[in-house]
Ligand binder design. Structure first.
Ligand SMILES: CC(C)(COP(=O)(O)OP(=O)(O)OC[C@H]1O[C@@H](n2cnc3c(N)ncnc32)[C@H](O)[C@@H]1OP(=O)(O)O)[C@@H](O)C(=O)NCCC(=O)NCCS
Length: 154
């Protein structure tokens, strides 16, 4: 349960909320410079989008999205809570909504990428960083995603 009232979950982000989504993304280093057109395409092409709206202020308070085949694998991406609402249980509620989503309950593996300080957070939902010999490999045009120094989260 969140410790802030008036939060409503929805499985879409309306076009008119794009500025709110960009504001939300601006607080996370790997999403801070995303362009509006790219975000629009990202929303259209993601399999699941989850948004928390704070109804009293009509503010986008939290967001995450999932890429999945609904069978073997689901990737949870871009988990973010607005600075105004952090520490109120919204991040936990986003993760509850993902792992309890009726279309994901039978998926064999749910995976995500995070920085070490968030490992204890995700452990609460049964995520483990004990993945045998598996290594994350990445082919990217974004140099931030292959830097060797640690970042805050993801
Ligand atoms: C990570 C994030 C989503 C957490 O959201 P939040 O709404 O502040 O988290 P919650 O209030 O739901 O916290 C739930 C619990 O997890 C704990 N927690 C939160 N952040 C944590 C962290 N970095 N490490 C360990 N535990 C953490 C809280 O203490 C809380 O514990 P409690 O239930 O005992 O009080 C939020 O800080 C955020 O948006 N960060 C920036 C973006 C980011 O890094 N996202 C993660 C991508 S992998």
């Amino acid at each position: 349960m969140t410790r802030v009232g008036g939060i409503v979950a929805q499985e879409a982000v309306e076009a008119e909320r794009l500025p709110q989504l960009m504001d939300l993304f601006s607080s996370a280093w790997w999403m801070a410079d995303r362009a509006p057109d790219d975000i629009t395409q990202m929303l259209q092409e993601s399999d699941l989008v989850l948004a928390f709206i704070h109804e009293p202020t009509n503010q986008l308070a939290g967001f995450t999205r999932v890429l999945t085949d609904y069978t073997y694998l689901a990737m949870v991406l871009d988990v973010v809570v607005h600075n105004n609402f952090r520490g109120s249980g919204l991040g936990a509620a986003l993760m509850d909504a993902v792992v309890q989503h009726p279309r994901l309950t039978d998926v064999r593996s749910i995976e995500l990428i995070c920085q070490p300080d968030l490992v204890p957070f995700y452990r609460r939902w049964g995520f483990t960083d004990g993945v045998g010999g598996s290594r994350l490999m990445r082919r990217t045009t974004d140099p931030r995603l292959v830097r060797t120094e640690r970042r805050d989260h993801q």
